[in-house]
Design a protein around this ligand. Sequence first.
Ligand code: 5RP
Length: 220
Amino acid sequence: MTQNELKQQAALAALDYIPDNGILGIGSGSTVNFFIAALANKKHLIGATVASSVASYTLLKQHHIPVVEFNQVATIDVYIDGADEINPLFQMIKGGGGCLLREKILATAARKFVCIADDSKMVKALGAFPLAIEVLPMAQSYVARELVKLGGLPVLREGFITDNHNIILDVHELSFHEPIALEEKLATIPGVLGSGLFARRPADSLLLATTTGIQIKEHR
Ligand code: 5RP
């Protein structure tokens, strides 16, 4: 099975988690794109979706799936999203697609976070994948210097502007021994709008696609 076939399997498994008449948060990325395509046949079952990116919003609209603004809803019942890395505590590195800020807002607000991934995303320890950080453009140099002080090697994502009109620094070489402490430290740097480290808000369920089938794992 190819990686894309595995992503599609994980996405299909997530259909069992859509909330009856509820609000469904939609992440971003290629795994989520498979989920959106599959959701098109089940859209009558949900109340509405909230999208974490312009790309997901556009795809939802193309499939005539109802989308509302986050400000219009009181809660997100279930949030479904992929990951770049996920560890055994269901903490994640996300943001390969650059949508981490809105993703983190929806994930944190959600009652339940279901992560969908192929098994290449499961790691013992986070950190091989560079950590995306969304930064206010005028603070780029300052934030980069602060990241170097933390042991990181920040690299500007060239030619990329987020949906929120900001830049992304992809940071290599950070230490992830204490993911929650690292996430909190990053959040205190003025100019940092969000990081792709999802440690304070791990996933609740993981649907991991393997060549021998879907593994359903629940956070303990
Ligand atoms: C986008 C993300 C994605 O969830 C992550 O990059 C995984 O993407 P894919 O499903 O394409 O492998 O965080 O910001």
